[in-house]
Design a protein around this ligand. Structure first.
Ligand SMILES: Cc1cc2nc3c(=O)[nH]c(=O)nc-3n(C[C@H](O)[C@H](O)[C@H](O)COP(=O)(O)OP(=O)(O)OC[C@H]3O[C@@H](n4cnc5c(N)ncnc54)[C@H](O)[C@@H]3O)c2cc1C
Length: 396
């Protein structure tokens, strides 16, 4: 393919959203993916209303909605019952999709990839790991390992959407400041029908608990249960049948063993790249920011990055905007990761795990008051759906 193109490192949701937007606007694009096929690991599964709005023009949304589970409400609970419930129907005036869609992210990736593969001017190369970036005045080159061979791919711009361990970020020498939480998070999937046992349970429910908080997310046919783990527990112990069973029985004593379909243990970080751009290379998604999953802001924020950046690249490519258009990407998106996703995901975690009785009461009182006041709950829904973050970004 011609060297005048946009290179995208990584065929995750962020790289694929950016690549599809570019290709659908006739910008030639080459996606370089390290793995031999699209990864199908179970990771994020919550898609917020504005993310669904952004996906609509790509033509994949209808099929994706059919694969997922629509969650019209979200709840904060304690073991004694519901503390507060919020209904996304309240923000139907500002989104065409007033619900969260619960669906595994790899299913979206598959749809994006199929759409992209049909477009002229787009290619996805598997088993192609970007190992370095070489910058020049008028181009940028990705150094790519393909098996034992090393090839160089030249493009006009490079989008580094190669995940949290981003080689693009390292190669550009951009720091990834922040910290790693001492505890890892465990996700377990089970077909057990929690909805039949907790009265009025919402498909997305966060349970505050001083001993061990958890949250329940419903995807088609399964509930995903997310737990923190103690730092001193070994991986093998956390993932053992006995320990998974013990944790599930604490959620709800089922009187029988839980059927378990899947389990993953992963470290959780709060980190943001020192900058999102160096010359012709950009960082997006997990390559640029990572945060804990409470609130589902990581992947959604990443897709918002991919969309924002691709939109700008299209305008510059078509000479509809000057090159300075690209400066707006870092200016709009980086503060959102720092001041929104980082701050809110951290406070979500601290509220759910609070042990201090006063802090627990404060959180519960604030949630009840917010849910009871239509104006406050409207603002709250704008915040948790990430519409507020997009509005803030648009003003920067
Ligand atoms: C185990 C796990 C569980 C998670 N669970 C949740 C959750 O429950 N809720 C939530 O909100 N978020 C969760 N996340 C985070 C969420 O999955 C990410 O925010 C999201 O995947 C980011 O998308 P991305 O496209 O930026 O990166 P990724 O999805 O990581 O995609 C990056 C892609 O780049 C490829 N790649 C990597 N290095 C290179 C390279 N050098 N060259 C070329 N290709 C490369 C990878 O193979 C991958 O396909 C989880 C993450 C993990 C790891």
């Amino acid at each position: 393919m011609n060297a005048d193109r946009v290179l995208v490192a990584g065929a995750g949701p962020v790289g694929l959203v950016a690549a599809l937007h570019l290709a659908q606007h006739e910008v030639p694009v080459t996606v370089l993916e390290a793995e031999p096929a699209l990864p199908e690991t179970l990771r994020a599964s919550t898609f917020h209303p504005p993310t669904l709005d952004m996906l609509a023009p790509t033509g994949v949304l209808e099929a994706f909605l059919a694969m997922g589970f629509k969650a019209p409400t979200v709840q904060y609970r304690e073991r004694a019952g519901c503390i507060a419930e919020f209904d996304f129907g309240q923000i139907a005036d500002v989104t065409a999709h007033p619900y969260r869609l619960q669906c595994e992210q790899f299913k979206l990736n598959r749809l994006l990839y199929e759409k992209l593969a049909d477009l002229p001017g787009a290619e996805v190369l598997f088993s192609s790991e970007v190992t370095g970036v070489e910058e020049a005045a008028a181009s940028v080159t990705a150094v790519v390992a393909q098996g034992r061979a090393t090839r160089r791919f030249r493009g006009r711009f490079l989008v580094g959407a190669d995940g949290a361990r981003s080689n693009v970020r390292k190669s550009l020498d951009i720091p990834f400041d922040g910290f790693t939480w001492p505890e890892r998070f465990l996700v377990v999937s089970t077909p057990f029908p929690f909805e039949d046992h907790f009265a009025g349970l919402a498909p997305v429910s966060y349970f505050a608990d001083p001993e061990e908080w958890f949250f329940l997310l419903r995807v088609p046919g399964l509930w995903r249960v997310m737990f923190p783990t103690r730092p001193e527990e070994s991986d093998a112990s956390v993932l053992s049948d006995a320990s998974v069973e013990r944790r599930l029985q604490r959620v709800l004593p089922a009187g029988q063993p839980y059927p378990v379909r899947h389990r993953t243990l992963y470290p959780v970080h709060q980190r943001v790249a020192g900058r999102y751009r160096r010359g012709r290379a950009f960082l997006a998604g997990d390559a640029a920011h990572i945060n804990n999953p409470l609130g589902g802001m990581g992947m959604n924020g990443g897709i918002h990055d991919g969309y924002n950046l691709a939109h700008r690249l299209v305008r510059v490519w078509r000479e509809e905007a000057p090159a300075s258009e690209l400066d707006g990407y870092d200016r709009q998106r980086r503060p959102i990761a720092l001041e929104y996703a980082n701050v809110h995901s951290t406070s979500n975690k601290l509220n759910l795990e609070a042990r201090d009785p006063e802090r627990q009461q404060q959180f519960r009182r604030a949630m009840r008051e917010t849910a009871a006041d239509p104006k406050k709950s409207y603002e709250y829904l704008l915040r948790i759906s990430m519409i507020a973050s997009l509005r803030t970004a648009a003003r920067l």
